[in-house]
Design a binder for this molecule. Structure first.
Ligand code: ADP
Length: 423
């Protein structure tokens, strides 16, 4: 008999979905992440995380996509639902956190949910409803100048109220510290006052564990990835190695990097310093002869792969990136490089690569699409937020291990560490 799904999650972006899946695995659940609403059913796991790209699209579209994901998860028999939002609460007065949360509540026939982006391990804490990013208020962090979702108010009760129809309240830290019973009592009180959504304070893992226990019977949780550490315990699950078990690694090893973030620059430099086989991709040369450069890179890789992992990278310092963008245009340069790196990743898998590390959020999206990956089983964490995954790549008729690392994640030796962990 197949197990029924305990938790159905809807994430508003791809790397956020992986972050949530990773936390659920660490807390003892077996998890599959899907790219968009899946076509095929998923079996033999405790939780599914459906990754959408709905954070900054028009609110009505975000609602429609989230409801489609909810319908699919309900059809799989999920008992509880989790809407994963950004840990910096990225949103505007138009949404999308409020509209999606309220639409999910309505579709579930529920009248209340808790909301918190807190994840103390990642330096996201909420106190008296105010979100701190590291040592500063959200409104004083870099998020103040975000191009799409500038966060100029750290008071999440106010931020949430501006984008919600129902009343927004607060479960403050004095209550959370009092434990699950106190939290449940406060929730009952807020509900009786007609509050529909409540921001919850949390400044330490103990707060998230208490909140998780209090939310045992809640139909919907709206949160960053932090609350995930407190939910598996409600099903008698505790951290265990089997949760992260993946099939045995096989095949050749490669890294494809299109991230120009500071952490990735360090990781590429580390790989080069250790004498790894690497090939840089020049976007201007790509613009001249994409086919020729992709073919030449794959031919070079074919000669090196047997010796050890190869690295193909467009990673460059900000000065070089700006120069390329001035020549080609920002969007055009990005799309050109993503498309070429995705073609190279596919070519590498066709040449026997079965352990693939991809650096860059957008780059990962392009690679996953080129490989035709629809779902990934989540394995052990390499560095915070980045697990090894295992997936079918129908475009190459292959199964492989994948690690998708967004920009600023991972230590300097991340590439070497990744393969060492699989070996
Ligand atoms: P990160 O997660 O670090 O933000 P992404 O892959 O999401 O990485 O974004 C990096 C973007 O920069 C992609 O669109 C990629 O194609 C583009 N890019 C990569 N290398 C270069 C380069 N050398 N010059 C210009 N753009 C580049």
């Amino acid at each position: 008999m197949t197990r029924s799904l305990l938790l159905g999650c809807i994430a508003d972006d791809f790397t956020g979905a992986t972050d949530l899946a990773n936390n659920l695995v660490r807390a003892g659940m077996q998890v599959v992440q899907t790219i968009g609403v899946p076509r095929a059913p998923v079996s033999d796991v405790d939780a599914v995380v459906v990754a959408l790209k709905s954070r900054t699209i028009p609110a009505a579209e975000a609602v429609a996509q989230s409801l489609a994901a909810l319908r699919w998860l309900k059809a799989q028999g999920c008992g509880q639902f989790y809407f994963k939002v950004c840990s910096t609460f990225d949103s505007t007065p138009q949404g999308n956190i409020g509209p999606v949360a309220e639409a999910l509540l309505e579709a579930l026939g529920a009248d209340f949910c808790c909301v918190t982006p807190a994840f103390p391990e990642n330096a996201r804490t909420v106190y008296k409803g105010h979100l701190f990013v590291g040592d500063v208020l959200l409104s004083e962090s870099g998020m103040r100048q975000h191009p799409l979702t500038p966060m100029t108010d750290a008071n999440l009760v106010r931020v949430m109220q501006a984008q919600s129809r129902g009343r927004v309240g607060l479960v403050d830290h004095a209550v959370v510290r009092g434990g699950p019973e106190r939290i449940r009592a406060r929730i009952a009180q807020l509900r009786s006052e007609g509050v529909r959504l409540a921001i919850v304070d949390a400044v330490a893992d103990a707060d998230l564990l208490a909140l998780g226990a209090a939310l045992r019977d809640a139909p919907l949780v709206v949160a960053g990835s932090g609350v995930a550490i407190g939910l598996p315990q409600n099903h008698g699950l505790a951290p265990r190695p089997e949760a992260a078990a993946l099939p045995e690694p096989t095949g050749l090893r490669a890294i494809v990097s299109g991230s120009c973030s500071v952490a990735t620059q360090g990781q590429v430099a580390d790989f080069l310093a250790c004498g790894g086989a690497a090939r840089a991709i020049d976007p201007l040369q790509l613009a001249d002869d994409r086919e020729g450069l992709v073919a030449a890179t794959l031919e070079w890789a074919a000669g090196e792969l047997k010796e050890g992992p190869v690295l193909v990278y467009s990673t460059a310092d900000p000065g070089s990136v700006r120069a390329v963008q001035q020549r080609l245009g920002v969007q055009q340069a990005g799309a050109l490089v993503e498309d070429a790196l995705a073609a190279i990743a596919k070519g590498l898998v066709q040449r026997g690569v079965r352990q693939l590390v991809v650096a860059g959020g957008e780059t990962s999206g392009a690679v996953v699409q080129a490989l035709g990956v629809e779902q990934m089983r989540i394995g052990r964490q390499i560095d915070p937020g980045v697990p090894w995954c295992h997936a079918a790549a129908p475009a190459c008729d292959a199964q492989l291990h994948l690690a998708l690392k967004s920009g600023n994640f991972g230590s300097a030796d991340f590439f070497r560490k990744s393969f060492a962990m699989l070996a």
